[in-house]
Design a protein. Structure first.
Length: 175
């Protein structure tokens, strides 16, 4: 299958970083991707969304397995390619929204970092072609997909769905 150049695709979900959407203080804070992810997961938790963080590359597990194998004298090369990986491009967060049961996929990226003069010292994270392809395939199947650089991105894009989820889960607990 021949890839279509990304510049020619109009994705139907948020996928680009626009520095003008964020307060200077946020960009000055130099928020790393793991902190953005944690704040998004906390937001989803507040709205009682069933969400999990996905370690798509199994980096955490791989590090732990390799460290233990070294303690026991096992050559780490024995694990290369053998730990099983999640599909290329799988996003950082997967969730299910009530009451619809609709899937939610969020790829998390760090926002741009700026200095006191407003100069960009680190560009915002960019989604890979595989990540955009994965999200598009889920969107085409009816899921909600997006690239998020802050928890506000998620809140603003999903406001109605988050409230519907919260109300559905509150009503279930009230029974």
């Amino acid at each position: 299958m021949r890839r279509i150049p990304r510049a020619t695709i109009s994705y139907p979900f948020p996928h680009e970083f626009d520095a003008g959407k964020y307060p200077a203080f946020y960009l000055l804070s130099r928020v790393p991707e793991n902190k953005v992810q944690a704040s998004i997961l906390e937001l989803l938790h507040v709205y009682t969304v069933d969400a999990i963080a996905i370690d798509a590359g199994l980096k955490t597990a791989r590090r732990a397995i390799i460290a233990k194998s070294l303690l026991h004298g096992i050559d780490r090369r024995a694990f290369d390619g053998g730990l099983g990986e999640i599909a290329p491009g799988h996003p950082d967060i997967a969730a299910t929204l009530a009451p619809s049961g609709r899937g939610l996929y969020i790829e998390v990226k760090a926002p741009a970092w700026i200095d006191e003069n407003g100069k960009v010292v680190r560009r915002a994270g960019q989604p890979s072609t595989e990540q955009l392809d994965f999200l598009l395939s889920k969107w085409e199947r009816g899921a909600i997909a997006m690239i998020a650089y802050s928890s506000d991105d998620v809140k603003n894009f999903l406001q109605a769905e988050l409230l519907a989820n919260f109300n559905a889960m509150r009503d279930r607990r009230a029974r």
